[in-house]
Design a protein around this ligand. Sequence first.
Ligand code: HEC
Length: 113
Amino acid sequence: MRNMKMITAVAATLLLSGGAAYAASAEKGKVAFGKNGCWQCHGWEGQGGNAGPKLARTQLPLEAVMTFVRATNGPMPPFSKKVLSDEDLTDIYAFISAQPAPPDPKTIPLLAR
Ligand code: HEC
């Protein structure tokens, strides 16, 4: 009986601490995006550039982004946990996901003919 209580307590602690998702911050993500040089290829807002595709409002789930950034062996260099922590990458994900949609071109006077 005593053991049961112990197990329940441990399980509850795990659920409340280890199991709790990291609270991502788009603001911190913007800083990490700059610090880690993602902007050099993807643009400051993740809008895409000459050297990297658009990341803003990515449709990829966080897990896919994590896996890709850690293990890419294509034109993008991989970022290990040593140089970019899971927390920072989760913040970066929040930052690129929070980018606003671009305005409708019809609403931009310069583009009107
Ligand atoms: C040296 C240029 C470069 C840097 C620096 C760089 N990337 Fe990339 N990234 C790329 C290129 C090129 C691709 C497309 C690669 C491919 O398809 O294999 C890519 C693809 C990605 C993708 C997949 C996008 C998709 O929709 O398929 C993600 C996510 C990503 N980068 C995140 C990051 C993050 C986060 C950082 C900073 C920690 C970063 N990248 C830094 C060049 C770069």
